[in-house]
Design a binder for this molecule. Structure first.
Ligand SMILES: Nc1ncnc2c1ncn2[C@@H]1O[C@H](COP(=O)(O)OP(=O)(O)OP(=O)(O)O)[C@@H](O)[C@H]1O
Ligand SMILES: [Mg+2]
Length: 367
């Protein structure tokens, strides 16, 4: 089987602005036709990376290949308009003086003008072809912007936080729709987002940009379930990070012994940092006879009820215990101040303890 060239391949991309080094050797490969999401803190260089790929900025070093064609390398450069990249910026940025139809057809040769109608059909905007952009809702503008990006039959679609200006209800619907459209079009996609749910639910692979490099690129499940380090574990989703000690494929924490997902790399007796996701903690009211024997007594400090689930912050009744956060499905059946029993369910991940520990429980859960 001859492998298709990757849809996008970045190698050693570096970029600085003045004295600030923003990208410090970004390597990233996205399979042809795959949907990749790029996560990273504000200011981590996500937009800069998209602009380098599109050719709006030049890197200091490194290379960009799209569908196997090198478009940026030392001494080699393909102009932005010849890269076959569809770019959907954060604000839909339609031409305000052109109708919806004209926006999508913009830049298309005359013989392909009819395709604009088909693209509007694809994004569910066919009835709005004669409207002007200001007569559309934010979500409708996004869909037109997407149709315009697809009009050039791009090899690669870059989306820079395209759903952030939409309200939550509309956002879920539009992103599902856009995901479907892009999959149908068969394009390779790189989506920048702040929204972790969006990245995890929409993408085949998720890359995290941190301190100028891709810290990890993996499937959503691998990134959430097996993050490369503690910092990534805390960046993505809620995390309890506990101190522990490794021994023979297990780690022991204040919650007792648990099988460890990374045996072999940890020495016997080694001090470790242990990741416990909130949904791995079970809890029941202290009076509930279903609590297993190894469960521990704790007090509910705070409860965040979200309807479909709840985050319950508890403090073990052991001395100096840090708070822990548990996630329950639906109604946890307990209230703040109530005594409960908690226990850990399943295997955990652990890493050798760092010199400067950030071992705080629930680092990413706000007070
Ligand atoms: N043209 C520019 N000139 C100078 N500095 C820039 C320029 N573009 C970006 N930067 C700086 O580079 C850094 C990365 O910016 P960038 O816009 O890529 O971040 P981002 O990850 O997209 O952030 P956000 O999530 O807030 O959109 C920032 O510190 C920014 O100030
Ligand atoms: Mg940005």
């Amino acid at each position: 089987m001859s492998a298709a060239p990757p849809g996008l391949a970045l190698s050693g991309l570096r970029k600085h602005f003045g004295s600030q080094l923003v990208l410090d050797g970004v390597d990233l490969t996205v399979a042809s036709g795959a949907f990749a999401a790029l996560l990273g803190a504000s200011g981590s260089g996500k937009t800069t990376l998209l602009r380098l790929i599109a050719g709006f900025e030049r890197p200091d070093a490194g290379s960009v290949a799209i569908g196997g064609r090198v478009v940026e390398a030392p001494g080699q450069r393909v102009a932005p308009e010849d890269r076959r990249v569809g770019f959907v910026p954060q604000e839909a940025a339609l031409f305000p003086h052109l109708s919806v139809e004209a926006n999508v057809a913009f830049g298309l040769p005359r013989r392909r003008r009819l395709e604009a109608a088909a693209l509007l059909e694809l994004v569910g905007m066919a009835p709005y072809g004669r409207r002007m952009p200001h007569q559309l809702s934010g979500g409708q503008q996004q869909r037109v912007a997407l149709a315009r990006a697809l009009a050039i039959r791009p090899a690669l679609v870059l989306l820079d936080e395209p759903f952030s200006s939409l309200d939550p209800n509309l956002r879920a619907a539009v992103r599902e729709e856009v995901g479907r459209i892009l999959r149908e079009a068969g394009s390779t996609v790189l989506l920048v987002t702040h929204d972790q749910d969006e990245a995890l639910s929409l993408a085949d692979v998720v890359a995290v940009l941190r301190r100028g490099v891709v810290a990890q690129c993996a499937t959503p499940r691998a990134l959430y379930g097996a993050p490369a380090d503690v910092e990534l574990a805390c960046f993505l989703g809620e995390a309890n990070v506990l101190e522990g000690r490794a021994r023979a494929g297990e780690v022991t924490t204040v919650l007792g012994a648990a099988p460890c997902g990374a045996p072999g790399v940890l020495g016997d007796g080694e001090l470790v940092e242990v990741l416990v996701r909130p949904e791995q903690l079970r809890l029941v009211a202290v009076s509930d006879p279903s609590a297993p024997q190894e469960s521990l007594a704790a007090v509910v400090e705070r409860l965040d009820y979200h309807g479909h689930d709840a985050l319950v912050r508890v403090r073990l009744e052991t001395e100096n215990a840090a708070p822990l956060v548990a996630r329950t499905l639906g109604d946890p059946g307990v209230v703040a101040g109530e005594r409960v029993r908690v226990w850990l369910d399943g295997a955990v991940r652990a890493w050798p303890r760092r010199a400067v520990t950030t071992s705080r429980a629930a680092v990413s859960v706000q007070d």
